[in-house]
Design a binder for this molecule. Sequence first.
Ligand SMILES: *Cc1c(COP(=O)(O)O)cnc(C)c1O
Ligand SMILES: [Zn+2]
Length: 425
Amino acid sequence: MKFIGYRCSQCQTEYTPGEAGYACPKDGGNLDLVLDYSGIQRATTPAQLSQSRDNSIWRYLALLPVDPPGHQGTPLWAVGWTPLLRAERLGAELGLEHLWLKDDGRNPTASFKDRASAVVVARAEQIEASTVVTASTGNAGAALAGMAAAAGVPAVILAPKNAPAAKVAQLLIYGAAVYLVEGNYDDAFDLSLQAADRYGWYCRNTGYNPFTAEGKKTAAFEICEQLAIAADASHGVGGVSSWRAPEAAFVSVGDGNIISGLHKGFVDLHQLGWIEQIPRLYGVQSTGSAAVANAFKAEAHRITAVHADTIADSIAVDMPRDGLRALRAARETGGMILAVEDAAILAAIAKLGAEAVFAEPAGAAAYAGLEEAIRLGLVARDETVVVVITGSGLKDVPAAMRAAGEAMVIDPTLEALDAAVAARQ
Ligand SMILES: *Cc1c(COP(=O)(O)O)cnc(C)c1O
Ligand SMILES: [Zn+2]
């Protein structure tokens, strides 16, 4: 079995797969999954994986700590293998020769969170959990509700009462049992742990369930494989044999689980000897929700809660649940955790739109972070840079309207159109 145990990211205690389930029993630290790298090396190669016709996260089953889920042909098997898009115009604007956008809004429930939820649902099937539960303000719940629906597993979502209406609608449409908690996300989080305990439900909570990062790491695998395919003149026919890591990757940070998962993915590939270097990882927060960025700047080893207030609701977090591993991801790779203003996030939505990518604010924040990094001189012209766009703009249409401005209203005549076209120039 390739999954051989857990290691606490704080106290480094190791546990066997049967000994631990969620966080470290000693100190509550997030657990990293330990894989049998030499076993994986004996079992497969990058060239072999690249020959897979499975265009989903399950092409990387050999590196995942779960058995394959059932339900082939459902959205559970349509998660991942999202496009890695060349952004030539934005690259030229920023003075970068190799800029790429990984568009994870193109997942079945329209966010990066599907990667985690698909792996958690596979795990739930394996341990024969009757029901899955999560606390969520939006995308994680939608992803769990969607993936659970695909597998026919009942899902319970506990969301704070002020969760955005569009996201609550998505939960209900996927048929989850949705309970809106009078309180904030932290209240919903605590209640979900008690509920999991009382009813024996399997809990997906971010920064608590160690399998979420294992799902999220698949984006790192895809980036390295897709960069190799793009560089390969034979267009990947017969499978590309040497995968390529970028020099730097940018992703937004709320709880810090996505950047931790990406880090794990690059570390896995590096440990296997399949990539030459681990990219510098840059996490991006809003200045209105900057608990991890504050700790990075202060060179602290603890995180101090903030009162989050940002237009980017998916990264509005008072007390990040995976902040320490997010700090580790940035520090160990020579990256950084940056903070950008909401105005820069809104402007980034419009800039990405010009490359035909529609991002929700938390997705566009990563691009605003790249702009900031370039101002700070952190990225060189010839480096390969990937910006991970974590959620679709359709998730938050009011924010998109703020970024886009108003459309002109005209009379249905050619004269009126003439005047309007002239006024636009
Ligand atoms: C959850 C989420 C993030 C942040 O991920 P964390 O693991 O909380 O850091 C970023 N963007 C979108 C769209 C998200 O849904
Ligand atoms: Zn520990």
